[in-house]
Design a protein around this ligand. Structure first.
Ligand code: 5RP
Length: 267
């Protein structure tokens, strides 16, 4: 692997081989998502616990201090919205030149396997990989399901992850599911897990993150279930403990509960 590519991947994936990416890119199709209305405020207390930020160029430039940041995975696909016809009809929104200018450690793009725009999104990925490899910039592929959350099963996610890896993604972001080893086992590049919409209890998150790590994931790219939580710092600390310290779900719950008490005391 070229030095630049290896160096950028090392900025993202920590020496223990694991990673906690904090995505705040949701506004690119959802607008001012709850608790991410002011992204700068949302991320301020969370940044120390994240290994990288997944973010669009607009929010990066407007809301992230260049002298107090973390490695950046630049979201470079988009062009659709939740109120539009089809979320899968994405294009590439940001050039590789811009990614270099913004000092991105990687770029991220969604692929929509099985959708009406399967071919376009996969060819976008392949083109982005060509551009990224030219400059030593890794591509993270996001196996997106749009509004069809029920697609999140091992058969579908294993298919989507493998295709993304075959087309040259250096990292794949997907969802956790039952039999997750079938997803990681069929994907020859590192896999990180997203959280999806906020769930009812923190323990559910700790359990799936732990299960996914045991089954071969290198970490998370987990947003709403961190920053939409009432105690986001406690939440990110607990998840970080699972990712980097091999904490069990019960241990993570304890970290969350004690963090929650001190966070609640803060004005
Ligand atoms: C949005 C994304 C997000 O980065 C990804 O879904 C992770 O966030 P969350 O944990 O909130 O699902 O790709 O398009």
């Amino acid at each position: 692997m070229e030095w630049g590519m290896a160096n950028r991947l090392a900025q993202l994936i920590q020496p223990d081989g694991h990673a906690l990416f904090l995505p705040i890119d949701h506004g690119y199709f959802q607008g001012p998502t709850r608790k991410l209305e002011e992204p700068g405020k949302t991320i301020k207390p969370l940044l120390p616990y994240a290994d990288a930020l997944f973010v669009t160029r607009g929010v990066l430039r407007s809301s992230v201090a260049p002298d107090n940041s973390k490695p950046v995975i630049l979201r470079v696909s988009g062009g659709t919205s939740v109120v539009g016809k089809d979320l899968a009809n994405e294009g590439i929104t940001t050039s590789m030149e811009e990614a270099i200018r913004l000092n991105a450690s990687a770029v991220g793009i969604s692929v929509f396997v099985g959708s009406d725009y399967e071919k376009e999104s996969l060819l976008n990925l392949a083109r982005l990989v060509d551009d990224g490899e030219r400059y030593g910039i890794p591509v993270m592929a996001v196996t997106a399901v749009g509004k069809e959350l029920e697609k999140r099963d091992a058969r579908y996610l294993a298919l989507a992850c493998r295709i993304a890896a075959e087309l040259g993604a250096r990292v794949v972001k997907t969802y956790w599911c039952e039999d997750f080893e079938k997803v990681t086992g069929g994907c020859p590049v590192p896999v990180v897990m997203a959280g999806g919409p906020q769930v009812d209890t923190e323990l559910e998150i700790f359990e799936f993150v732990h299960d996914g790590m045991q089954k071969g994931s290198i970490g998370v790219n987990l947003g709403r279930n961190i920053w939409q939580n009432d105690f986001p710092v406690a939440m990110i600390k607990a998840i970080r403990a699972i990712v980097h310290q091999n904490a069990t779900p019960k241990e993570a719950q304890k970290i969350y509960d004690s963090g929650k008490k001190s966070e609640a005391k803060k004005p």
